[in-house]
Design a protein around this ligand. Structure first.
Ligand SMILES: Nc1ncnc2c1ncn2[C@@H]1O[C@H](COP(=O)(O)OP(=O)(O)O)[C@@H](O)[C@H]1O
Ligand SMILES: [Mg+2]
Length: 368
């Protein structure tokens, strides 16, 4: 009679494959060369493959070829050498429908005379996305609190600026050239008030700010105004750190109508232009181009010859509070740009490389 004994962890008893179909994990069993012996129902779902199409094929070469397959194969070999070895690792896999993050565990075991490997696959895309959403929501709430405070103090300052500018205007003769300057101050204070309104609205209910209505705005005009608004900033950059910035425009000949609020759009471009100025050391050029794409979209591009960004910075650009400028930066510029442009149904794209300048493209739906 055969002796009964508990199997060691390395010598699993006969696996009931049908049971494995009930598991919420993808399960693949391969032989020592990686040929697929078993593929469970969940794995069929995750990978969008049919069991009968993959059985007998080489898992690493024919079924799951991907950029990290080398690493995956290395782990597999390791697991096969050390019976019972279990390796856990995460990686992104380009499944036919989309990129998904999966958690893989490997366990090797002996069955009869062969060494086999059990690969379990758990799709953690949603779990990780949820975690990321929560993190962002918390961050945005914090930003909202800070922003509400800033808006309050800022509003007090604006009242003083506006009040005094109005008073100064009454004291200046009609012919006084300083009138133009004061008018500029008042226009900037107006824009400031709109910003405050918007911050308040967005920190309260994420609603459309009161009194901020969308009108047909000419993108070319907005670009020109924003450059005019940035000229003083560029002059200060020259005085303070010797940056010599030249602005150039290549604007579409036609009027490019978009539905927006002019002060919001000016804020978007002023932020992009200021960032471009900040990126330039020594001599540099900022080129703003506008054009229409596929008839329905108007595009404005801000290109600078500044220091550019590596991919790590590019990945975090639009996060609120992300800045590489230390105390001089707020990290709110691009987050604000993005919020405004998304609200208009548009998008912002970035092209950049370290040391090779940057281009920010704002795409907005054309007003019909
Ligand atoms: N044109 C640019 N060239 C190089 N880096 C840029 C450019 N625009 C933005 N950045 C990077 O993105 C970061 C975030 O920008 P932003 O949200 O405007 O905040 P801030 O300007 O206050 O730092 C900057 O700190 C900088 O590292
Ligand atoms: Mg900025």
């Amino acid at each position: 009679m055969e002796q009964l004994s508990f199997p060691s962890a390395h010598e699993l008893p006969e696996i009931d494959f049908a049971t494995l179909d009930l598991l919420p994990y993808g399960i693949i069993v391969v032989d020592d060369e990686g040929r697929i012996l078993y593929y469970n129902a969940r794995e069929e779902q995750i990978a969008h493959r049919r069991r009968e199409d993959v059985l007998g094929k080489n898992f690493f070469k024919e079924v799951a070829p991907c950029t990290q397959v080398q690493e995956f194969y290395g782990r597999f070999e390791e697991a096969m050498r050390t019976a019972g070895f279990v390796a856990n690792f995460n990686f992104e896999f380009p499944f036919p429908d989309r990129l998904r993050e999966v958690e893989i565990s490997l366990a090797s075991f002996r069955k009869e005379n062969s060494q086999l490997c059990l690969i379990s696959v758990s799709d953690v895309t949603e779990k990780n996305l949820l975690r990321e959403h929560i993190r962002r929501a918390e961050r945005l709430r914090e930003v909202g609190e800070v922003a509400a405070e800033v808006a309050h103090s800022f509003n007090n300052l604006l009242t003083v600026i506006r009040g005094n500018a109005e008073l100064a205007l009454t004291m200046l003769a009609q012919s006084d050239p300083a009138r133009q300057r004061v008018a500029k101050i008042m226009k900037a204070a107006d824009d400031g008030e709109q910003i405050v309104k918007r911050i308040r609205a967005s920190t309260q209910h994420q609603e459309q700010p009161e009194g901020v209505e969308h009108t047909a705005v000419d993108l070319n005009q907005v670009v020109k105004d924003s450059i005019a608004f940035t000229e003083d900033y560029a002059r200060a950059a020259q005085d303070e750190r010797g940056a010599r910035v030249r602005f150039e425009t290549v604007l579409a000949e036609d009027k490019l109508s978009v539905l927006a609020h002019p002060s919001e759009l000016r804020e978007v471009f002023t932020n992009l232009l200021r960032n471009a100025v900040d990126a330039i050391e020594g001599e540099g050029r900022i080129t703003v181009r506008t054009r229409t794409e596929r008839e329905r979209w108007h595009v404005a591009e801000v290109e600078d010859t500044g220091q550019g960004m590596d991919s790590e910075v590019q990945g975090k650009l639009f996060l609120p509070l992300f800045t590489t400028k230390g105390a001089r930066g707020t990290g709110l510029g691009l987050a604000t740009c993005y919020t405004i442009v998304r609200r208009y149904g548009g998008d912002i794209q970035v092209k950049s490389a370290k040391g090779a300048g940057s281009t920010f493209s704002v795409t907005l739906p054309a007003a019909l």
